[in-house]
Design a binder for this molecule. Structure first.
Ligand code: NAG
Ligand code: NAG
Length: 496
């Protein structure tokens, strides 16, 4: 039963790629019904397990002694406009017709034809709309369409929103911030004047329901067609400005996301831009840790370049199970032969890949030049925080705090409601897929399982998975943000 649920979640995360860089489980889960899941009978011993874990979390999660005062976040930000696809086309005075795919949309007609093409198949797609003026007109119509929902989008903006819930933190957000996004952002977030632009980067998400009809087209299943004219995020145009602003802002932590947005520009452009990005990131003062939030990518060469060139110059990364496996496939790491995870990713296999990343591209060997010392891994059923020994403090609280926010936020709540969640993580697992391996047991009353391999420590805690998730836009961003808030960086480890 949970296999089906997690398969749906994996599918949803794959679809999440099409957002302005933030995984989104929300609507897919709403549309694909999970009767078996919802009808599952409450097993009393199970429900008490969830209670035990949640209570233990509350008792154990505490902020570190040394907290961040200033966090700088960049660089992808946008407004996600979610609207009825058919409704929007009708508002644009477009008549139904036949479908035809277009790689790039040049006009309203192209939009209509591509939308019909994908709606008829019930398939997700994302397209670039090349005419800026026409796009702006459509975006305005969409934003004003009755029932349209506007959300903060883009990993950097979503991470900032989460950090801003901690009153003692000053948060700087650099990215393309237009008037609408500025209005949607938490007041506590500082946006430097250079980041403000006249127009928002809108990502239009045209939804349709299963069975919905327009003209002779009928959608076999619910899905969404997404398009934008997002040049700023695609080129990471705010990166240089972001790094330049750090000098004045003096952050004690830098969070970077949006690298994946470059991929859509094509290899020639991203190769060039990535080089520039690496050189800019290298300019950040060495004593300030940089966390990189990864997101879905589809090009192996691109992923490999990020692994080779960017990972060694950041201190910490956050990623999910798809990104982890893709990293291993791109770099021919452990378990690269797996085509995809089947159900809940095996803890032992995840551990193998995490260790490989820290040994190949991180500072597991103190004589290495690489800066990478921390990986926050999240998947639907559990999280693992892997750190090279000696660099990070309070990591047990950090992994629990990340899982706690996943457990509450997916249900749309501020705190975990144990009647609405269920434990799906394994309670027994191995520290490695191959010998030598240690058998590990999870204790709900002390809900972090810790193990070591080489110079790396792994900390596991389960997620209490929301049975009826509401809005999970930016869940990965929230997990990483909260994990960082509870983390302490050991700056003195410079002797190596
Ligand atoms: C915020 O700072 C104040 C003053 O230093 C301190 O008393 C308070 O505990 C802090 N709050 C949190 C959540 O750390
Ligand atoms: C672990 O650290 C020691 C030094 O503290 C080093 O000699 C060794 O090579 C490291 N192990 C790995 C696997 O990097």
């Amino acid at each position: 039963m949970w296999r089906k649920a997690s398969a749906v979640a994996l599918l949803a995360l794959a679809v999440g790629y099409f957002y302005c860089g933030s995984p989104d489980v929300e609507t897919v889960l709403q549309y694909i019904s999970l009767p078996s899941l919802q009808m599952s009978l409450q097993n009393p011993s199970q429900s008490s397990l969830e209670q035990v874990i949640s209570t233990a979390w509350e008792g154990l999660i505490s902020l570190p002694t040394r907290q961040w005062a200033k966090v700088a976040v960049g660089v992808n930000a946008c407004v996600d406009v979610v609207v009825s696809g058919v409704g929007l086309l009708q508002a644009l005075a477009v008549d139904p017709g036949t479908g035809l795919d277009h790689e790039v949309l040049l006009s309203k007609e192209d939009l209509k034809e591509a939308f019909i093409h994908y709606m008829g198949r019930g398939a997700a797609a994302e397209r670039f709309f090349s005419d800026q003026e026409v796009f702006q007109r459509i975006a305005r119509a969409a934003a004003e369409y009755p029932g349209a929902k506007l959300y903060v989008g883009g990993n950097a903006a979503l991470i900032s929103q989460k950090l801003a819930t901690y009153p003692n933190l000053t948060v700087l957000l650099c990215g393309p911030v237009g008037p609408k996004l500025h209005e949607l952002l938490d007041e506590q977030i500082v946006v430097p004047p250079e980041s403000l632009q006249e127009m928002d980067e809108y990502h239009l998400i045209m939804e349709y329901k299963a069975g919905e009809q327009w003209g002779s087209t009928q959608a076999p299943q619910a899905n969404r067609f997404i398009f934008s004219h997002d040049v700023s995020n695609g080129g990471m145009s705010s990166l240089e400005m972001f790094v330049a602003s750090l000098e004045e802002f003096q952050p004690d932590l830098v969070v970077l996301s949006g690298l994946h947005m470059m991929e859509g520009q094509g290899k020639e452009l991203w190769e060039e831009r990535l080089k520039e990005a690496v050189s800019v990131i290298s300019d950040i003062r060495k004593d300030i840790p940089v966390h990189l939030e990864l997101a879905s990518m589809i090009d192996r060469d691109f992923m490999n370049s990020i692994m080779q060139e960017v990972m060694p110059i950041v201190s910490s990364i956050g990623l999910n199970e798809q990104e982890l496996l893709f990293l291993s496939q791109a770099g021919e790491g452990p378990h690269a032969e797996l085509a995809a995870w089947k159900g809940i990713p095996e803890v032992a296999q995840v551990t193998d890949i995490l260790l490989w990343i820290l040994e190949e591209h991180g500072r597991s060997d103190p004589s290495s030049e690489a800066d990478l010392t921390r990986i926050h891994f999240h998947t639907l059923a559990y999280h693992i925080l892997a750190t090279v020994d000696g660099y990070w403090g309070n990591q047990e609280a950090a992994v629990m705090a990340g899982a706690r926010v996943a457990s509450s936020q997916a249900c749309g709540l501020q705190a975990v409601d144990v009647s609405k969640v269920e434990l799906k993580a394994p309670l027994q697992f191995y520290s490695s897929h191959h010998e030598p391996q240690e058998q590990l047991t999870f204790d709900p009353a002390a809900p972090v399982t810790v193990w070591h391999r080489g110079n790396v420590t792994f900390r596991f805690t389960p997620v209490l998975v929301c049975r009826q998730p509401l809005r999970t836009v930016g869940l990965g961003d929230a997990i990483s943000a909260v994990g960082l808030v509870y983390s302490e960086f050991n700056n003195n480890n410079q002797t190596f």
